[in-house]
Design a protein around this ligand. Structure first.
Ligand SMILES: *Cc1c(COP(=O)(O)O)cnc(C)c1O
Length: 461
């Protein structure tokens, strides 16, 4: 056995032990485990270190200080877990270490791009011919789509922004909802449109953009981009896409949808009422690493107009061969890139159409179960479920801001489940996001029991 093999075997054994042991572990690392991270505070070594020793240290000290986000009881942010087939495909894809920038660099990455892109369009019932690009996450997917929107809208006015920039360009008018995700603002800043130079449309009590309050802006004053949302990050609510699409069509506006987790609702026929008109947008952003439960970092940008991604992201260099097929580096901000399609393909192939719909249903049913149980058992003690649980998000407040914060602190001290804080309509609230394929309905009941127990501790103080 070569020493290399020893290192890889040791790493694989440890990874498997971690992956199979996570369900029996608390969702939160112990304070002790976090304190032991100090073991990493070594001086930069002068000479070499045994790789086996490095793997051992990483596993022994690092593993216990992870959040249990691949287990069934982590409800923080909207972080997904990992399907076994995704992790397995990731092992193999990491061993391959393919650069997915160009087909000539990886025939297998090119093939799995083609297949996964076709399947994604089918699974999400997006318009045929829509371009698909893998990026690092929904933030970059949003930014990529907005860069494309910017260039396409300016091209329609005869302005070539990829070469001329925005200086002296017709001013683009950007319209967003009041509950727009922070990463849309960040993306607007990044692509030169300004995070504050926007028209903000008020939202309703679920955070949905009020289509009746869309401004009567004049496209003659400059091309328009409107950002809608599939899955508000607190409530899981969906914007009224049909009304927004009508408004956009009247103004030749580009309609972009941030669907970091909510876009997957398109895969579940029982949620068709939420997504009416969603397929009328010009671009969509989503994540693989959230609800599809592949490993980080995987975001996906979809652009309806063929060639528009390329118009924005093509790069030119003498050594680049002319190619047939999809050239990722000419469709994304990155050049060199991981073959993220490998895991997406593996999960889509494993789940199939029915499994994907079941993934959305199970998490949403689990969220509804938690909401119902919390309301039943704590409603009289001042717990309020603040949202209509239409998807996988539950938003609650316990009595008031200080009590909600004490409940959060108690849940995190207890450690068995993990929930995080948010601000809703100016006040503190707690968010329970079910994004792991491992959270069953039974598991949801047990998680709700833990939260109820923590609330009783807080009340009993
Ligand atoms: C998580 C999220 C994002 C950002 O996604 P990243 O993968 O963290 O870049 C954007 N929009 C919404 C609605 C989200 O939930």
């Amino acid at each position: 056995m070569t020493p290399d093999l020893d290192v890889l075997r040791s790493a694989a054994d440890r990874a498997l032990a971690y992956a199979t042991g996570i369900d029996d572990r608390a969702a939160t690392p112990t304070p002790d485990a976090i304190a032991r991270l100090a073991a990493f505070d070594e001086p930069f070594p002068d000479g070499s270190t045994d790789p086996g020793d490095t793997i051992e240290l990483l596993d022994r000290v690092g593993g216990p200080a992870t959040m249990g986000s691949t287990g069934p009881n982590y409800f923080g942010f909207v972080n997904g877990a990992t399907y076994p087939v995704a992790l397995g495909a990731a092992f193999i894809a990491d061993a391959w270490d393919q650069n997915a920038a160009l087909p000539v660099m990886s025939p297998v990455a090119a093939k799995l791009y083609d297949v996964s892109a076709r399947w994604l369009i089918e699974a999400l019932r997006l318009p045929e011919g829509t371009d698909v690009a893998y990026v690092t996450g929904a933030t970059v997917a949003n930014a990529s789509c907005l860069a494309v929107a910017r260039d396409a809208q300016l091209a329609a006015c005869g302005w070539d922004s990829p070469t001329r920039g925005l200086f002296g360009a017709p001013p683009i008018q950007v319209v967003v909802g009041g509950q727009v995700h922070s990463t849309i603002r960040k993306s607007l800043g990044l692509v030169g449109l300004g995070s504050e130079r926007i028209t903000v449309v008020p939202t309703d009590d679920q955070g949905r953009l009020r289509a009746d309050l869309l401004p009567d802006i004049d496209p003659a004053a400059g091309p328009i981009i409107v950002c809608a949302q599939a899955g508000e990050v607190n409530t899981g609510a969906f914007d009224p896409f049909d009304a927004i699409a009508d408004w956009a069509a009247e103004r030749d506006a580009w309609m972009h949808v941030d669907g970091a987790f909510g876009l997957w609702a398109l895969a579940d026929p029982s949620r068709a009422h939420l997504v009416t008109g969603l397929d009328r947008a010009d671009s969509w952003a989503t994540d693989g690493h959230k609800w599809l439960n592949v490993t980080y970092d995987c975001g996906i940008a979809f652009v309806r107009r063929p060639g528009a991604l390329r118009h924005t992201f093509a790069s030119v260099a003498g050594y680049l061969p002319p190619e047939n097929g999809f050239e990722a580096m000419h469709h994304t901000p990155q050049s060199s890139q991981r073959a993220r399609q490998v895991e997406v393909w593996a999960v889509l192939r494993t789940l199939g159409r029915a499994g994907l719909a079941a993934m959305v249903q199970q998490a949403s049913d689990a969220a509804a179960t938690i909401a119902r149980q919390l309301d039943d058992e704590l409603g009289n003690d001042g717990l309020v479920v603040l949202n209509d649980v239409v998807l996988n998000q539950v938003l609650v407040r316990f009595v008031d801001t200080p009590t909600t914060e004490r409940l959060l602190a108690e849940i995190q001290r207890d450690g068995r489940v993990w929930c995080g804080p948010t601000t809703w309509q100016g006040e503190r609230a707690m968010r329970i996001s079910v994004s792991s394929w491992k959270t069953t309905i039974d598991g949801a009941r047990q998680a709700a029991d833990v939260i109820v127990g923590c609330a009783r501790n807080v009340c009993g103080d």
